[in-house]
Design a protein around this ligand. Structure first.
Ligand SMILES: [Fe+2]
Ligand SMILES: [Fe+2]
Length: 389
């Protein structure tokens, strides 16, 4: 029997670097920047996986905060009827075909001037969003707040399901927009998503909701910053619709950040030392980006290369990492935090003095990179074109 669905031929198979190319790639940098060390799957130090590090009695803390979570966390979700949906930003397929294809043509005209390097960053962001099953799984590893049944009535579980449902719109919208733009190799993107979901993530949160909520506070702010910057670049590059898309996603991330930081704020109130130690622990481990295990079947240093392009375009930089830390220190009033044990005070000193150290390390790494001259990498997502790092 004839196959009903033709498997498309891969137009740009992974080839050894430099083959079929007008000029070979430069060799990779021997030393990585702070940011790359922080976020690269390749360079991240192998970490022993620790599980269930929260003492069992602390589960009670989260049980006792359920009323508080219903009152202060759940209201940060938006009713479905009031939220945007991907279709609000996309050509309407229910129109007559000519009108639909005219809208697709306009979309392609708008994206025509955006540079390839912009698409590398936008694709990386989309892939990060598309690995959402991993993030819901990760949150449901956390003791005391996980969704025990899949439809648990606990406010923690309700939050996680609705948060996931809100996040699900992000990848859908970016993916469809990228598909219609015709600027990217969808098959390679889809392959990367499949690899990434299979690989999972290792944020070092140890089933511990103290660590988990510090991680998500940081992470949601990081995505707020990065989608905000892709919005700005889309506007400068002549696509106001894409700018609105990225801006609307950024606004969701900001709301989510607010919810997670509010939880950590509450933990700092009810258990200052426990929460302070958790913040220090996550910052010592460094906040690993959720897509740090990304792979497209071609480039074993894909995440590092994607991160380097994001850094160069100013979409997400080592400075942003330090800024986020400083922002959270301010929001959580960590410098003025009282009632800490000796160990808690040491953690406080470490966290409050960390941002300037990160900036200094990055300056030195930038200096080393400058001396090495320009570098480049090819990305399968944009048909193996080379982009400067
Ligand atoms: Fe998102
Ligand atoms: Fe998010």
């Amino acid at each position: 029997m004839e196959a009903l669905i033709a498997v498309p031929k891969q137009r740009f198979p992974c080839t050894p670097r430099g083959r079929n190319l007008t000029r070979p790639l430069r060799p990779p940098r021997p030393s990585l920047t702070f940011r790359q060390q922080t976020f690269s799957a390749v360079a991240a130090p192998a970490r022993q996986q620790v599980t269930h590090s929260m003492p069992p009695e602390k589960v009670e803390v989260f049980k006792s905060l359920e009323g508080w979570a219903s009152e202060w966390v759940l209201p940060l979700l938006k009713p479905v009827e009031q939220l945007w949906q991907p279709q609000d930003f996309l050509p309407d397929p229910a129109q007559p075909f000519d009108a639909f294809s005219e809208q697709v043509r306009e979309l392609r005209d708008r994206t025509a001037e955006l540079p390839d390097e912009y698409f590398v960053v936008l694709v990386g962001d989309m892939i990060t969003e598309d690995a959402l099953p991993t993030y819901q799984t990760m949150i449901n590893t956390l003791d005391g707040v996980r969704d025990e049944t899949g439809a648990s009535a606990s406010p923690w579980a309700k939050w996680t399901r609705s948060w996931t449902a809100e996040e699900n719109r992000h990848g859908d919208l970016l993916r469809t927009y990228l598909y219609l733009s015709g600027r990217v190799d969808m098959r390679m993107i889809e392959r990367t998503v499949q690899y990434l979901i299979s690989a999972g993530m290792d944020p070092g949160t140890e089933n511990n909701p103290y660590l988990g909520f510090v991680y998500t506070s940081f992470q949601e702010r990081a995505t707020f910053v990065s989608h905000g910057n892709t919005a700005r670049l889309a506007k400068d590059g002549g696509d106001p619709v894409l700018a609105r898309i990225c801006g609307s996603i950024a606004a969701d991330e900001r709301r989510h950040e607010n919810a997670y930081s509010r939880i950590v704020e509450k933990l700092l109130e009810v258990d200052p030392t426990g929460a302070m130690l958790a913040i220090a622990d996550m910052m010592r481990k460094k906040i690993t980006m959720p897509a740090h295990l990304m792979y497209d079947g071609c480039d074993p240093r894909l995440f590092e290369h994607f991160s380097a392009v994001a850094q160069r375009l100013g979409v997400y930089t080592a400075d942003d990492y330090a800024d986020i830390l400083e922002f959270l220190i301010g929001r959580w009033k960590l410098e003025k935090l009282e009632g800490l044990t000796g160990e808690g005070r040491r953690a406080q000193d470490f966290v409050c003095g960390l941002a300037p150290r990160i900036r200094k390390l990055q300056e030195r790494a930038d200096e080393r990179a400058r001396k090495m001259g320009p570098q480049g990498a090819r990305f399968s997502w944009i048909f193996n074109k080379e982009v400067a790092l």
